[in-house]
Design a protein around this ligand. Structure first.
Ligand code: ADP
Ligand code: MG
Ligand code: MG
Ligand code: MG
Ligand code: MG
Length: 442
């Protein structure tokens, strides 16, 4: 560990980095930064840098406001868009209490705790996310609009596609920061894009998701565009998801793969699916944590609504991609990029592990188009649905001991408090749709 620490210090010196940003997320997944000079780096790496936690969302118990940042040296990365001399680098951090114990309200610690449970059972978790986002124009004052370049293109046939250029720059920047980009493409909706990177160990992947959103927003801005990970910015077209491909490995072997099973899936994989399906309604509060998230989870836009799994079609909650061997994985299709990735992966893993521990058999896979079934047919096949609103999801979370335990009482209480407030604020608003519908009718 001392070797890794020294390597970080010498790399920072070599790069002429003047400032280092110590990064972590609050409970809602918002990235926080504390900038230090390179002279303080050694002290920071020793976990001796203190900050006032009471200013951070969800960290607000006054008596514990003195907290320590413990940077993970493996997360050292340089921001490629900054000038070469006077480079800026970052380190992702865990939050520690003054007594040296991990702070239970830190999302990164939460994921690490559930990963340690998996490790005790002999598993590591691998995750490959597919993040979708929109690129919108900004107005003369620099404020984001809902105008996309694609649409503007009908009127103004400029030879250069701003969005495509920005996405290319994003891919190059991410690659410079150590991402292995597997695919990048325009999505179904105008102005919508997807960039996929290679799967990694869950903790590394959650760090990468946070970095990804930050890089995409930064590069968009430098192209005069606004990138948003809001799940459903525009009614009537597809929203943005974060399909979460996941598998458990035992050492170097994929524990989801069984070459002797007719479908190539191991018992472990099946039980993991069973666990995810059992807890899906509570998990949604974490993987789809905004009022807006539930505007995406509606029929007709490739987003899941029903709790079912299939190897064949793309409409259910869980799809099993055809690849086997090391690529054997399950694709959970409801998460969206407004989630806190540390908490989202923690609850998915906890649900899967619950399935394994209790040998929860999933129902038979459903290869029919569920959207064409009647309510009676769905009921007969035991196909439930995801929550229809943030409030419904919060009530499910309250009832689910396994998912609550995965979050820990600290994160759970603060998360529900913040989200209930968000719901209550929304509930009392008068929506433009209501005005249009009722103003002249009544
Ligand atoms: P889709 O066919 O749904 O569009 P993509 O090809 O866009 O899927 O994304 C697949 C994702 O799954 C990538 O991030 C890839 O690295 C990841 N992946 C591949 N193998 C595994 C695995 N064993 N565990 C977890 N994720 C994996
Ligand atoms: Mg994809
Ligand atoms: Mg693909
Ligand atoms: Mg997609
Ligand atoms: Mg996908």
């Amino acid at each position: 560990d001392a070797a890794v620490k020294n390597e970080v210090i010498s790399r920072a010196r070599e790069l002429g980095a003047k400032f280092i940003r110590l990064q972590f997320t609050d409970i809602l997944g918002v990235l926080k930064n504390m900038a230090i000079t390179v002279e303080q780096l050694e002290k920071a790496l020793d976990g001796e840098l203190m900050f006032d936690g009471s200013s951070i969302h969800g960290f607000t118990r006054i008596e514990e406001s003195d907290m320590y940042l413990r940077p993970d040296p493996k997360t050292f990365a340089v921001f490629p868009w900054r000038p070469r001399d006077g480079a800026v680098a970052r380190l992702m951090c865990d939050i520690y209490n003054p007594d040296g114990t991990p702070y239970a309200g830190c999302p990164r610690n939460t994921l690490k705790r559930v990963l340690a449970e998996a490790a005790e059972m002999g598993f590591t978790m691998n995750v490959g996310p597919e993040l979708e986002f929109f690129l919108f124009h900004v107005d003369a004052e620099g404020r984001p609009t809902l105008r996309t370049h694609d649409k503007a293109g009908y009127f103004d046939l400029s030879p250069v596609d701003l969005g495509e250029n920005a996405r290319r720059a994003m891919v190059l920047t991410l690659e410079e920061m150590g991402f292995e980009i597997e695919a990048s493409h325009h999505e179904v909706a105008p102005g919508q894009h997807e960039i996929d990177f290679k799967y990694a160990d869950a903790l590394d992947c959650a760090d990468k998701i946070v970095t990804f959103k930050f890089v995409v927003r930064t590069i968009a801005q430098r192209h005069g565009l606004h990138a948003t990970f809001m799940p459903k910015p525009v009614f009537g077209i597809n929203g943005s998801g974060m399909h979460t491909n996941q598998s458990l490995f035992r050492g170097n072997e994929n524990a989801f793969y069984d070459p002797y099973a007719p479908d190539g899936l191991s018992d472990i994989a099946r039980y993991y699916i069973g666990g995810l399906m059992k807890h899906a309604r509570a998990i949604a509060a974490v993987t789809n944590p905004t009022v807006n998230s539930y505007k995406r989870l509606v029929p007709g836009y490739e987003a899941p609504v029903y709790i079912a799994w299939s190897g064949r079609n793309r409409s259910p909650l869980i799809r099993i991609p055809a690849k086997r061997g090391m690529s054997t994985r399950i694709e959970l299709r409801n998460p969206d990029p407004s989630c806190n990735p540390y908490l989202a992966l923690a609850v998915c893993l906890a649900a899967g592990l619950d399935g394994i521990k209790n040998r929860i058999e999933p129902p038979a896979p459903c290869d029919r188009n569920i959207y064409e079934m009647t309510a009676a047919e769905r009921e007969e096949l035991g196909i439930g649905s995801l929550p229809a609103s943030l409030e419904e999801a919060l009530r499910e979370l309250e009832r689910d001991e396994v998912i609550r335990k995965a979050l820990g009482e600290d994160v759970y209480a603060k998360f529900v408090e913040a989200k209930q407030k968000e719901w209550d604020n929304y509930r009392i608003q008068v929506h433009p749709w209501e005005v249009e519908e009722y103003l002249s009718k009544f």
